[in-house]
Design a protein around this ligand. Structure first.
Ligand SMILES: Nc1nc2c(ncn2[C@@H]2O[C@H](COP(=O)(O)OP(=O)(O)OP(=O)(O)O)[C@@H](O)[C@H]2O)c(=O)[nH]1
Length: 136
């Protein structure tokens, strides 16, 4: 019989809060700058083995090999704070930006990870946004 040790993997989905309001209230160009800056801030906090990619319009996805959901949560919490505290007014006066995070991991199940991370993201949005939710 063959056995294989299951490695850890965490999946994080990040969605900018009220992004439509940013586009409508400032401009599409400001919206684009916000997305670029968030990707830049996140890249500073990821490890070399992590994969950060754009996923659809205003969403980013982060794949973290060998990370538990708990580790991913700590890193996501740091990113959330960095985004909240970034001096956005340097891009446009009055601009404030937050993001919501949904996280799941292989430790729960290998099935439907994207769907499950997305469910956590929606929980974060429901909790008032600017928050990190993990699969319990
Ligand atoms: N500037 C810019 N806007 C984009 C891009 N891709 C998607 N969008 C916009 O992102 C907005 C996404 O809005 P919604 O999905 O309604 O959600 P939201 O306003 O972010 O609100 P919540 O997710 O509920 O907090 C839409 O208005 C899209 O037009 C892009 O590349 N650049």
């Amino acid at each position: 019989m063959c056995t294989q040790r299951q490695r850890a993997l965490a999946l994080v989905i990040v969605d900018v809060d009220h992004f439509k309001r940013i586009n409508d209230g400032f401009s599409h160009q400001v919206g684009d700058l916000v997305l670029q800056q968030i990707a830049h801030l996140m890249r500073q906090s990821v490890r070399t083995q992590d994969i950060l990619a754009r996923f659809g319009g205003e969403e980013l996805i982060l794949l973290m090999p060998d990370a538990s959901v708990q580790t991913a949560k700590e890193i996501a919490e740091r990113m959330r704070l960095q985004i909240e505290q970034h001096p956005w007014q340097q891009i446009a006066e009055g601009l404030r930006v937050t993001a919501s995070f949904g996280i799941t991991g292989l430790q729960h199940s290998q099935h439907d990870m994207l769907k499950r991370a997305d469910e956590q993201l929606y929980r974060a949005k429901d909790n008032g946004r600017n928050s990190v939710c993990i699969e319990a």
